[in-house]
Design a protein around this ligand. Structure first.
Ligand code: DX5
Ligand code: ZN
Length: 218
């Protein structure tokens, strides 16, 4: 499939959130990447339900919600309610991951599992068939604008391989430090979805930057 681009709204100008959402609406982006941080699982707090609901009212593309929170099971219904289409939980935050994934799917959302940079892809062996998406973190979660960890490229290859071996339909998303160079390497390794925050929103022309990411490997 042609790769997808998911700009991360964590890097938006929150004083002009509507303007930035509308920019993404008319851009070549495919999804909105929505980072939820709880100050517990990760050392930062981002935003919660009222903000996501407001974004959803303006957004005309799917919300790809990345939960960096402890005990995500407590809030799965709430994220469905505010408009999540794809809901990704962290492997490291779920004791009963199979139950969590089934619950996400039973609520009518696509289920993703994210792996921190130190978490091996092979740990997904017994759950991969149930997943719609694997999210490879190419930075330690918690902040935008960090340096890309290049081992993520190898992990994308490993994830694609595992998906193939197990007959899974899951796609592979990568999040953190994505720009035109790292993006190209990730696509060559088999990535299906690129998340980009600071690279898009700190560029002179975010709309054009999204287009450039979309045209990689075209
Ligand atoms: C990091 C978040 C990312 C972040 C990416 O914890 O999950 O989605 O917004 O930002 P950049 O693209 O600036 O690394
Ligand atoms: Zn993210």
């Amino acid at each position: 499939m042609a790769h997808l681009i998911a700009p991360s709204i964590l890097s938006c100008d929150f004083g002009n959130l509507q303007r930035d959402i509308e920019m993404i609406n008319v851009s070549d982006a495919d999804w909105f990447h929505v980072d939820v941080m709880d100050g517990n699982f990760v050392p930062n707090i981002s935003f919660g339900f009222p903000v996501i609901q407001a974004v959803n009212q303006i957004a005309n593309k799917p919300l790809d919600v990345h939960l960096m929170i402890a005990n995500p099971d407590r809030y799965l219904e709430d994220f469905k309610h505010v408009g999540a289409e794809i809901l990704t939980v962290h492997y490291e935050a779920c004791t009963h991951l199979h139950r969590t994934v089934q619950k996400i799917k039973s609520l009518g959302m696509k289920a993703g599992v994210a792996l921190n940079p130190h978490t091996p892809v092979d740990l997904l062996f017994d759950i991969i068939e149930d997943l719609d998406m694997v999210l490879i973190m190419s930075v330690n979660p918690g902040f935008g604008g960090q340096k890309f960890i290049s081992n993520a490229i190898l992990k994308v290859e490993q994830a694609k391989n595992l998906i193939h071996r197990r007959g899974s339909h899951a796609i592979v998303e990568v999040d953190g430090g994505v720009n035109l160079e790292t993006g190209k390497e990730l696509l060559n390794a088999g990535a299906d979805v690129l998340v980009a925050g600071s690279f898009v929103f700190q560029s002179k022309d975010p709309n054009q930057t999204i287009k450039d990411l979309k045209l990689l490997n075209a």
